[in-house]
Design a protein around this ligand. Structure first.
Ligand SMILES: Nc1ncnc2c1ncn2[C@@H]1O[C@H](COP(=O)(O)OP(=O)(O)OP(=O)(O)O)[C@@H](O)[C@H]1O
Length: 226
């Protein structure tokens, strides 16, 4: 990935969610940690243009998140903290096909790509299931398949193991590890980011640490006071 933040800040009314930040990200595996409300999600949403900078610019693989907003959405896929909210169609396979239909692809290509995405995430057996009947782990895998099928180069995952039991957590973590796409993972699950190439720590809307996981996690314990 090639993501550049230039003097970028975000305010919601009076509240500063992100203080001015200049930063370049070019690793394949990046993690983001920090206390609740520290600015992690705001930072991540800047990357695919869901949040626009109040000041400054964010450039993602050469695209400006304000000027090229549609192209940025295609470049960087976002899997939300509660992925059930991003599943739109009632049936799993239809949900995975939805983004492809929107792009006007021919039916045979939609069918082939949907099938490949189901297989890639190990959810072929769930193709005809209702999305609201899926377990937490299944929902996470289907949400990843629905985003990845459209071909983003970067995947942003917001707390992907939140609320998963030990087995589903392991399955989702292994799936993330094997992704070909570049990933940015926001999490409170420190095990999930202990082997990323670069780990960022946000605190009160500022980037407080940025480096190898062990050192960033040490700083996190310091600011958390435990
Ligand atoms: N749309 C919004 N409108 C107003 N304030 C917002 C909005 N989005 C975020 N904030 C505020 O910005 C700050 C940073 O929020 P953000 O969601 O980025 O934190 P976070 O580190 O992801 O938190 P968590 O771990 O709890 O998910 C918080 O004080 C939050 O209340």
């Amino acid at each position: 990935m090639d993501i550049r933040f230039t003097d970028c800040s975000v305010s919601f009314g009076e509240r500063v969610a992100l203080h001015p930040l200049t930063l370049a990200l070019d690793e394949r595996r990046i993690g983001i940690i920090g206390l609740n409300g520290s600015g992690k999600t705001t930072f991540a949403r800047l990357i695919n243009g869901l949040v626009k900078p109040t000041k400054g610019h964010v450039i993602v693989n050469g695209l400006d998140t304000v000027k090229d907003d549609r192209a940025v959405l295609a470049e960087a896929g976002f899997i939300f903290q509660n992925p059930q909210h991003q599943l739109i169609m009632p049936i799993v396979a239809d949900d995975i096909a939805f983004g492809l239909k929107n792009r006007g692809l021919p039916q045979h290509e939609i069918a082939a790509r949907t099938e490949a995405a189901l297989a890639r995430f190990g959810v072929t057996h769930l193709a005809r299931r209702r999305v609201h009947e899926l377990s937490g782990g299944e929902t996470q895998l289907v949400a990843m398949a629905s985003v990845v099928v459209t071909g983003p180069k970067i995947l942003i995952l917001d707390e992907p193991t939140n609320q998963l039991d030990l087995r589903n957590r392991r399955m989702v973590a292994d799936t993330i590890d094997r992704l070909d796409e570049d990933t940015i993972v926001i999490t409170h699950d420190l095990e999930l980011v202990e082997s990323v190439e670069r780990l960022l720590l946000f605190h009160e809307g500022r980037l407080l640490a940025d480096g190898k996981p062990a050192e960033t996690i040490r700083r996190y314990h310091e600011v958390a006071g435990c």
